[in-house]
Design a protein around this ligand. Structure first.
Ligand code: MV4
Length: 579
């Protein structure tokens, strides 16, 4: 086995590989940019070397810097993680020229799959078919017109060197073709430096199913079941699961066998993923990803196989120690991506900044792969994936409920996150009944009611607490209540609410007095202009057959009252504003 592995990556995937190395007794070497000098992966690795600079191009995408470190540290292999150099044939060649093992497929396989036309051809050569389409370059609009006469509209015009949906245009009528070709070419040239195009019939509501494969360097290839990654927006996946639910076993087996054929056909080795679209009982080959994927843990949880350990063993020349017949899929796994993005209104705006508090969930069936800890900074320069919550359950319903339970324990403060969108998906009846597709989050999921403010941590804004005594009435019975409330008069305080799905209005609370649950206002106890102290009752909310006093969370003057007696209010609604 290798004695030292350099991990040419950062964040949670670098951490994932470092952990696997440690378990196998391999010395791990991290590389880190200026911004990552104290990052989790830098701290966890046995050795760490600086990549001077900030941007990805200056650091994690700087071949020269990485090659220099390789000479210095004397690693015998490089794990590229995902993104960055993971699917770069030139980088793999540079590494291997130095006699260092690239933990991934041969450069030739990366090249075949990197060009989507040759990838389509490679699959066709072994009898695996994509969506009806062409492997010839589009040179004129007439080609698209005549293709559409046979197969009908819509037609997808795709960039041969595209990725992540870039350079793909969908046309629904002949008059749209010319300008779609132009814009697909422009986009592809801008992003990938090449502008070759091809086309396929466009499927309007497919599911995205992918097959994990492992191939050793002795000709053995197996598939490790399937994953469904249909819950995505703008080609960024939000939630993935294994096995893909509600697909006939015969189809899954056929997809698995097709994936193995494709891998064998291109001389593939190491871990890889073959992507398919599934619609109306048919599946179609889409492309092959020649790297370890973000969502690999869901496959690990249902197969019990450590994919990074397998990658290291395969790269070291070992034959596969698992056979297709021995492989068993057990239970159901769900991965929830926690990105530093604000999903409010479906916008998913990046929310870089300092994570003031990160408190991971725990318990049976819960795994938390994080690239960060409390106090770490999410930089605008890199991918904003904070962590992946990966949950196992005996079946899909258990896994969904466990995911929601774990999300209710998870606390992230300081940056906005995708958590409210993740909850909205998991709680949605379409997701639960598997009637979603790759278009569903963007076209059908209503994210207008959700918000994810940059919450600040409790420790930071509650320097001290005040003991307050008051009385409340519950069901007509009087109780004395003692409260310890934050003594932060004048300091902005954020109210944190967890696990409230669509209504996760984790408000920038501060001046706003909000109700914690749905109900009816039965009495308003203050008037505009009144001065209130922390803990003073503002109004009485009747909810779940009980009367609840809604209290002021800061001292000040009542500036606004937004409700009156008899009003119905929802979870998180503002009843008054204090200044
Ligand atoms: C398609 C398609 C429908 N029909 N091709 C998007 C990214 C690129 N890698 C391939 N993509 C698609 N190709 C045909 N012929 C729909 C998509 C697609 C998609 C695919 C997988 C996961 C999410 C997606 C979201 C939108 C569109």
């Amino acid at each position: 086995m290798f004695s030292k592995v350099l991990i040419a990556n950062r964040g949670e995937i670098a951490v994932r590989v470092i952990r696997a190395c440690r378990e196998l007794g391999i010395t791990s070497v991290a590389v880190y940019s200026d911004l990552d000098r104290n990052a989790l992966h830098t701290r966890l690795a046995d050795e760490a070397y600086a990549l001077p600079g900030q941007s990805a191009a200056e650091t994690y995408l700087n071949t020269e810097s990485i090659l220099k470190i390789l000479e210095e540290c004397e690693a015998d292999a490089v794990h590229p993680g995902y993104g960055f150099f993971s699917e770069n044939a030139d980088f793999a060649r540079e590494i291997e020229k130095k006699g260092i093992k690239f933990i991934g497929p041969p450069p030739e396989s990366i090249e075949v799959m990197g060009d989507k036309i040759s990838a389509r051809q490679a699959a066709e050569n072994v009898g695996v078919l994509g969506v009806p389409g062409t492997t010839e370059l589009i040179t004129s609009p007439e080609q698209v017109h005549s293709f559409a006469e046979t197969y009908g509209y819509p037609v997808a015009i795709k960039a041969a060197y595209g990725g992540g949906g870039r350079g793909m245009k969908v046309v629904s009528a002949p008059e749209e073709v010319e300008s779609a070709i132009d814009s697909a070419q422009r986009e592809s040239l801008a992003y990938f430096g090449r502008d070759e195009l091809y086309m396929e019939r466009y499927l309007t509501a497919p599911r995205h199913i992918e097959i994990q494969i492992l191939a050793d360097e002795h000709g053995n290839v197996i598939y490790l079941g399937d994953r469904d990654c249909s819950a995505q927006r703008r080609h960024q996946k939000l939630i993935e699961e294994a096995p893909a639910p509600d697909i006939p076993e015969s189809i899954k087996q056929a997809m698995g066998e097709a994936a193995v054929k494709v891998a064998k056909g291109c001389g593939y080795t190491n871990a890889g993923t073959v992507e398919f679209l599934y619609e109306d009982g048919e599946f179609y080959y889409l492309e092959m990803n020649t790297r370890l994927q973000v969502e690999h843990p869901v496959t690990e949880l249902v197969t019990g196989i450590d994919l990074v350990e397998q990658q290291l063993k395969i790269a070291d020349g070992s034959p596969l120690d698992i056979s297709q017949e021995d492989l068993e899929i057990r239970g159901h796994a769900i991965e929830i991506r926690i990105n530093a993005e604000n999903p409010a209104g479906g916008s998913f705006l990046p929310s870089p900044g300092k994570i003031t508090e990160l408190s991971p969930p725990d318990g049976f069936g819960v795994r938390f792969d994080s690239g960060y800890e409390s106090g770490d900074e999410i930089s605008q320069f890199y991918d904003n994936l904070i962590a992946k919550l990966v949950v196992w359950g005996k079946d899909r319903v258990t896994a969904i409920n466990r995911s929601l339970r774990a999300l209710s324990e998870l606390e992230v403060s300081g940056v906005a996150t995708t958590i409210p969108a993740d909850i909205a998906i998991l709680e949605h009846e379409d997701f639960q009944s598997c009637s979603h597709s790759t278009k569903w989050v963007e076209d059908s999921l209503d994210l207008s009611g959700i918000s994810s403010e940059k919450e600040s941590s409790k420790q930071e804004d509650s320097q001290s607490t005040l003991k307050k005594e008051t009385t409340v009435e519950v069901n007509g019975k009087r109780f004395d209540v003692t409260m310890w409330v934050p003594d932060n008069s004048g300091v902005e305080r954020n109210v944190k609410r967890r696990s409230q799905g669509k209504k996760a209005a984790s408000g920038s609370g501060t001046n706003e007095v909000r109700v914690p649950m749905q109900g009816t206002i039965i009495k308003v106890l203050v008037e505009v202009g009144d001065s209130v102290e922390i803990g003073d009752p503002i109004c009485v909310l009747e909810a779940m057959k009980m009367e609840n006093n809604i209290l002021a969370e800061k001292a000040g003057k009542i500036m606004e009252i937004r409700v009156s007696s008899g009003d119905s209010v929802g979870n998180g609604d503002v009843v008054a504003v204090i200044e």
